[in-house]
Design a protein around this ligand. Structure first.
Ligand code: ADE
Length: 424
């Protein structure tokens, strides 16, 4: 915890700032879209004086988003969106070197986590950026005095969007939110390739297991599950998919995976990975059926995907065997290994998604904040999709940044697509 009064925010150690700057600059190399948005923002200053609170994972990639918003003139504060995902050197760099008050310490307990959210809210934001909707939920539950001045917000992730849509359905949501997650340039890349790679990275760093030949059970076949299953197969694992929705379950079958009920897979799996966005996807009775030595990890936003209370109640003893690996010994002698306290393993034990995909996710964040500056006053409280032109523009910018050219439709083709009279 910071004691230096000149540092704005609450970070682990200001002396980590220099290392944080080096790593933020390294990530920037892979974030050309954010770079060009930052250059434009710095010129136009369209966010001048807008008070923003960002509750996001404090990583090198998030830092590049924050710097772009700051350069656009935003008056920005940041806090962590998960107690275990903060990169302490990045938090230090933001607070000390980039002048962005930051409230985030890796491993903070739940009380400190919510204290930090409260401190970010003391900034009296006019706009919020969330990853999991904790900021929005806190405002609506206990900081309603802030609602008068808040005009809009954004939400980064599937879990947060589900939560916000439930709020909107109940008539509880009091300001408009853009669901960044719903942009194609977000979920098709971040959720699939980002979660796919970073989840395997987190589990590998935590355990150093060999994946080849292992039975890997991927619970959930949304975009994140697709990515995890694809990458686990790519590294040589035998992948089983669990899915409750018939359509994606059928897709998993045709993608060549074994699909079966969770209880059946429980007795087979060596490694279990939940990516469902729902509660107790891996429940107590599943854990009862698991083999000695099974590894359990979650890569969904909240640790509720695993029934940790059941695991703890079932175990006779537990001990930490490596960083991010806790062994639970059952009465019958079986050992189950829980990774990263059941929190999102890609950010707890690794560095989250690589910068190149976060470039597009955070370009959506930046452009949606700009869009809200121009439009929020005319929007009713609800959850909105990212405007199509923003999504398309980001795809175009990313292609250009990676040096890929594509063809355009000819005039003849354009005409054909809008005609109905030419048949067989
Ligand atoms: N979510 C997943 N990976 C991330 C990253 N690298 N930075 C911020 N949020 C993330």
């Amino acid at each position: 915890m910071t004691t230096d009064a000149t540092v704005k925010g609450d970070i682990r150690d200001p002396s980590l700032a220099e290392e944080g700057v080096r790593r933020i600059e390294w990530a920037a190399r892979e974030m050309p879209v954010i770079r060009s948005i930052r250059d434009r923002f710095a010129k136009d200053k369209l966010l001048q004086g807008v008070r923003l609170a960002g509750c996001l994972h404090i990583t090198t990639e998030t830092a590049n988003l924050a710097i772009a918003l700051r350069d656009g003139g935003a008056d920005l504060v940041m806090c962590a969106s998960n107690p275990l995902s903060t990169q302490d050197d990045v938090a230090a760099a933001l607070a000390v070197e980039y002048g962005i008050p930051t409230y985030a310490i890796k491993g903070e307990d739940d009380d400190t986590y919510y204290k930090h959210l409260g401190q970010a809210l003391d900034h009296k934001p006019q706009m919020t950026m969330d990853d999991g909707a904790d900021l929005v939920a806190t405002i609506h539950q206990s900081r309603t005095e802030l609602l008068d001045e808040i005009v809009g917000g954004t939400e980064e992730t599937t879990t947060g969007v589900i939560r916000l849509k439930a709020m909107a359905k109940d008539g509880a949501l009091k300001y408009p939110i853009i669901a960044v997650n719903e942009a194609n340039t977000k979920h098709l890349f971040d959720n699939r390739y980002g979660t796919g790679q970073s989840t395997l990275d987190g589990i590998t760093r935590a355990t150093n297991i060999l994946w080849a030949g292992k039975n890997v059970v991927v619970v959930g076949y949304g975009w994140c599950g697709r990515g995890v299953a694809m990458r686990a197969r790519g590294i040589g694992a035998k992948v089983i998919v669990i899915e409750v929705d018939p359509l994606p379950a059928l897709e998993a079958v045709m993608d060549g995976f074994q699909v079966m009920p969770m209880l059946e897979a429980s007795a087979i799996g060596d490694i279990f990975i939940s990516v469902t966005g729902d509660i107790h996807a891996i429940d107590g009775h599943h854990m009862e059926a698991m083999k000695d030595g099974a590894i359990i990890a979650n890569s969904g936003h909240f640790n509720v995907e695993l029934n940790l209370e059941a695991l703890k109640a079932m175990a006779e003893s537990s001990r930490q065997v490596r960083p991010f690996v806790e062994e639970f010994r059952m009465g019958d002698g079986r050992r189950l290994f829980l990774l990263g306290e059941g929190r999102l393993i890609n950010l707890a034990a690794a560095e989250g998604h690589p910068a190149s995909v976060m470039d597009m996710s955070f370009a959506n964040q930046a452009l949606c904040i700009e869009h809200l500056v121009n439009t929020a006053q005319s929007l009713e409280p609800d959850v909105y999709d990212v405007p199509k032109d923003i999504d398309a523009e980001i795809a175009k910018m990313k292609l250009a940044a990676v040096g890929v050219e594509i063809d355009e439709l000819t005039e003849e083709q354009r005409k054909y697509l809008s005609s109905w009279d030419v048949g067989t």
